[in-house]
Design a binder for this molecule. Structure first.
Ligand SMILES: O=C(O)CCC(=O)C(=O)O
Length: 260
């Protein structure tokens, strides 16, 4: 099955996003998708996150990246069926497909919880300078496990920065400083916001006493390496739970040793 068939099977069609939504995403480099998770899904994801952080301790996030001031987890596709919504939800996939011209696979699914009084990141793009402007290679999504507010370390983006080739580090004297055009992405727990990962973005300082929890479903073009090599990490128990279409979105094929 190719990715076009997989997306169709998962319910992604030309009109899954409205024309206004596509235009907003093109112009601004991000798009709030509204509420995607049910209350039950949200509770399951929060509970699993707490469980994994406790279980993994100092190793949490190691498969991809650890960060001072934030609790991170990686390889979440293999850590619970509740995470599979990130590679199967039609509105999410439609937005990613819009940015990546239908040529997509998951790069990684990580969570990032900005710790109280910490979590400020410099503005960055998840890719270097754009070689061909508008030929995007990566697209990200933030899944809010807590409300995102102006106070608790919500993600900021610079709207329209997807439409120029440079990264913040090439252009800004201090990428950590507030940017005059930045927008802080506010929303309620259970909502999802897609952002073109070439759009300048970063976590803000969590000024509260509670963690700010979120997951990042990060996607890339099919010819690019993944942030986490999903073929290397795929577990049999995960494979068995995924539909053929979801396996294509994950970019995995059945390992030979399982076929013997
Ligand atoms: O969690 C956030 O608010 C943004 C995270 C981010 O951009 C990153 O970790 O690269």
């Amino acid at each position: 099955m190719d990715i076009a068939q997989a997306l169709t099977e998962l319910g992604v069609h030309d009109d899954t996003l409205t024309q206004d939504e596509k235009t907003f995403l093109d112009d601004n480099g991000y798009l709030p998708l509204g509420r995607i998770l049910t209350d039950e899904q949200l509770e399951a994801l929060r509970a699993r996150q707490d469980e994994l952080l406790a279980e993994e301790g100092d190793s949490a996030g190691l498969e991809v990246h650890q960060e001072a001031g934030a609790d991170r987890l990686s390889d979440l596709i293999n850590k619970g069926e509740m995470y599979h919504v990130v590679i199967t939800h039609p509105r999410l996939l439609a937005a990613i497909a819009h940015v990546l011209k239908g040529d997509l696979k998951l790069s990684s699914l990580n969570s990032r919880s900005a710790q109280p009084r910490k979590g400020l990141q410099g503005l960055h793009a998840d890719w270097g300078e754009q070689e061909t402007l508008g030929d995007y290679q990566v697209c990200n999504s933030v899944w809010l496990l807590d409300d995102f507010t102006l106070e608790n370390g919500a993600t900021r983006v610079v709207p329209g920065s997807n439409k120029q080739s440079k990264t913040p580090h090439q252009v800004l004297a201090d990428p950590s400083a507030p940017h005059p055009d930045e927008v802080v992405l506010q929303g309620e727990a259970g909502e999802v916001i897609v952002f073109n990962a070439h759009t300048w973005h970063g976590g803000t300082l969590n000024r509260t006493e509670k963690p700010r929890r979120a997951m990042h479903g990060y996607f890339t073009r099919r010819h690019q390496p993944q942030q986490l090599d999903q073929q290397k990490y795929i577990r049999k128990a995960t494979w068995d739970k995924l539909s053929p279409a979801a396996r294509v979105v994950l970019g995995v094929v059945e390992p030979e040793e399982w076929m013997r």
